[in-house]
Design a protein around this ligand. Structure first.
Ligand code: NDP
Length: 315
């Protein structure tokens, strides 16, 4: 049978390119989990995806009710779950003030980390039930986790501190909207959320890989400087960022190429190792990358996991 893969945020950028790459093989049915149904439908059509290869289901990661509703709808649809890809993200580098999810969490960490945390915890059962030969849970990471690169060291750097802000709920009411308890910084909140994504992947691996056989993986697909992720940035940045990445850092990767990379992590029979953070070299060959100290801190991963469980109502 065809593999069945859920991809969050498949309405643009990396998620869409991955959906397209997998659909084109004819071996995958893609469930596009998106907050804007019409946008997703238009995106799938303009990418030339054949109708029988995808289904769109509503998911707004900035609302935990919506996450639970998605899980119910998905189960009712009868599709098996062979691979889950947590890809969606928001990035708010120019925001002066924090904004919040339905439950009152700062929006970047609330969407990118907490929404996906609840989704993947709930869907773990469904992954376990699948009879597919290689079941995978993939959480898209970012370069902010590797300090062995220039881009991973650009300020403001990710830093989760002692997690005091997260423990207080990131509400910004009587506490800080930032994980480390500091002042709001949109770019840092995004990077912090990506470190949480990579810590979550490793904690999943430690807790569940041996018993379930599920492959847990993360990746940095390269700098896809043209995606909607940078839509909130100032116009001059959006003009100069793609050529800067192309010619100066040489980290630039097209949306199409990045989609092929993530599609490899979904389906390539040679990429079944669990607990790995994949990257690609200049020849576009995959390799196991090293994570920064913070992004591979097992004690922090456990704490982020436990606090997140409380925040999303699992503990
Ligand atoms: P895009 O902005 O193009 O795509 C982000 C996707 O997330 C969109 O489909 C968007 O939906 C969706 N999304 C945002 N908020 C929500 C929400 N509340 N509920 C459901 N879906 C939501 O960015 P990219 O393709 O660049 O980013 C994809 C992933 O790649 C992210 O995890 C990002 O961190 C990662 N990444 C990107 C890099 C880059 O250089 N671009 C580099 C490294 C990692 P909508 O279409 O409705 O806005």
């Amino acid at each position: 049978r065809k593999g069945s893969v859920v991809i969050t945020g498949a309405s643009s950028g990396l998620g869409l390119a991955t959906a397209k790459a997998l659909a084109e093989t004819g071996k995958w049915h893609v469930i596009m989990a998106c907050r804007d149904f019409l946008k997703a439908e238009r995106a799938a059509k303009s990418a030339g995806m054949a109708k029988e290869n995808y289904t769109i289901m509503h998911l707004d990661l900035a609302s935990l009710d919506s996450v639970r509703q998605f899980v119910d709808n998905f189960r009712q649809s009868g599709w098996p779950l062979d691979v889950l890809v947590c890809n969606a993200a928001v990035y708010l580098p120019t925001a002066k003030e924090p904004t919040f999810t339905a439950e009152g969490f700062e929006l970047s960490v609330g969407t990118n980390h907490l929404g996906h945390f609840l989704l993947s915890r709930l869907l773990l059962d469904d992954l376990e039930k699948s009879d597919y030969p290689s079941k995978r849970l993939i959480i898209v990471g970012s370069i902010t986790g590797n300090t062995n690169t220039l881009a991973g060291n650009v300020p403001p750097k990710a830093n989760l501190g002692d997690l005091r802000g997260l423990a207080r709920g990131l509400s910004g009411l009587n506490s800080s909207p930032m994980i480390d308890g500091g002042d709001f910084d949109g770019a840092k909140a995004y990077k912090d959320s990506k470190v949480c994504n990579m810590l979550t992947m490793q904690e999943f691996h430690r807790r569940y890989h041996e018993d379930t056989g599920i492959t847990f993986a993360s990746l940095y697909p390269g700098c896809i400087a043209t995606t909607g992720l940078f839509r909130e940035h100032i116009p001059l940045f959006r003009l100069l960022f793609p050529p800067f990445q192309k010619y100066i850092t040489k980290g630039f990767v097209s949306e199409e190429e990045s989609g092929k990379r993530l599609a490899q992590v979904v389906s390539d029979p040679s990429l079944t190792k669990s607990g790995v953070y994949w990257s690609w070299n200049k020849e576009s060959a995959s390799f196991e990358n090293r994570l920064s100290e913070e992004a591979s801190d097992a004690e922090k991963a456990r704490k982020v996991w436990e606090i997140s469980e409380k925040l999303v109502g699992l503990a």
